[in-house]
Design a protein around this ligand. Structure first.
Ligand SMILES: [Cu+2]
Length: 360
């Protein structure tokens, strides 16, 4: 129902522009990045769904192409069914099999026979590293990837990656719905993740970036209500690390107007992103902005970042939990060693993921 869009950072170059013209490739949606009860309240916002039976996670490592494929399913999707009425996949865990940098994420939905399924049936998926705390909001786990119906690919940034350690527990939360008139059975969500191993000789080591989620709800649950008419919501977060932002994108939902990121101390606008919506107000895409050309946007300890999101709700009704306003970017700390302090024990014991290795 919410055509929430999340986007992420098609942080790259010429492909970015091309990608944004193609709706299938546009910034994904991140729908609800909050789960409530068990994990400090970040993804599904306290909603209670029936749990779909028989959904498992498989992982496959292709050492030739250096790509991991995670495959979640099978999922059945009756036509015209809201996420509340649809049994939802349980939380699943992926145990990272090696020390590596994860370089990008490409999500898609397929049937058992390999046919691609409309991404409109994905409400959202979100990956969280349970072994790390978020550097902006230590009450949350590090949120490493999110996608929604736009299925935006998170593109590689040359020289950078997200460092994982063997044994890290990645929690995967997926919510589906089916706003279409077509029923689907035995659907799988596949996410392809190119990687670079850290322990073997080969390409030079990469610098680590960290996903930065700068939310108008600050460090709380991301969803909020939209009243009729114009809505402006602002949130601030204070930075405890110095470094640079490589680029940012925005995550908003339908009826979005724009989202702005400011550096309060410097009284400077870092990025202003205007939402692209259709004639009904449904969100089509959010732009991304990169700061590569000047070596990144520099941030210092103590800087306060303010995000403000503007919506215009034309429905005349309150839209409960209809909105989110999040700037999502990649942050590169000046001193990566400081970020090591964010490691911790996972709350859940390591899970066995069915692993099919080394073949295709
Ligand atoms: Cu959202």
């Amino acid at each position: 129902m919410c055509a929430l869009r999340f986007w992420l950072i098609s942080l790259l170059l010429a492909t970015t522009v091309a990608a944004q013209e193609n709706p299938a490739d546009v910034p994904p949606d991140m729908k609800h990045m909050q789960h409530s009860d068990r994990h400090g309240g970040f993804m599904q916002g306290g909603m209670h769904h029936a749990v779909a039976k028989g959904v498992t996670l498989q992982s496959k490592v292709d050492e030739v192409t250096h790509a991991i494929t995670l495959r979640e399913g099978p999922i059945n999707l009756p036509a015209n069914t809201s996420h509340m009425m649809m049994p939802q996949p349980p939380e699943l865990h992926w145990t990272v099999p090696m020390n590596a940098w994860l370089l990008a994420y490409s999500p898609r939905l397929v049937e058992a026979n390999g046919n691609e399924v409309s991404s409109r049936v994905l409400h959202h998926t979100a990956f969280w590293n349970e072994n790390r705390r978020d550097f902006l909001c230590p009450n949350k786990e590090e949120h490493i990837f999110g996608a929604g119906s736009e299925m935006t690919n998170w593109i590689q940034v040359p020289g950078y990656g997200y460092r994982v350690q063997k044994g890290d527990q990645i929690r995967i939360e997926t919510m589906v719905h089916n706003p279409t008139g077509t029923s689907y059975e035995n659907v799988f969500l596949e996410v392809r993740i190119p990687y670079q191993e850290a322990d073997v000789p080969g390409p030079p080591a990469r610098k680590s970036y960290y996903p930065a989620w700068i939310d108008v709800k600050s460090c709380g649950d991301s969803s909020y209500d939209l009243k009729p008419g114009k809505n402006i919501k602002e949130g601030v977060v204070r930075l405890n690390y110095s470094g640079v932002l490589l680029g940012v994108g925005g995550h908003m939902h339908d009826y979005a107007t724009r989202i702005v990121l400011e550096n309060v101390l410097r009284n400077e606008t870092i990025a202003a992103l205007d939402a692209k919506v259709d004639s009904k107000g449904q969100l089509l895409s959010m732009p991304t902005v990169t700061f590569f050309d000047k070596g990144g946007y520099k941030l210092a300890v103590g800087d306060t970042l303010k995000t403000s999101a503007t919506y215009y709700n034309p429905t005349g009704k309150v839209l409960r939990d209809g909105a989110m306003g999040i700037i999502v970017g990649y942050f590169v700390p000046d001193d990566d060693l400081q970020m090591a302090a964010l490691r911790r024990k996972a709350r859940t014991a390591p899970h066995q993921t069915a692993a099919i290795s080394h073949d295709r």
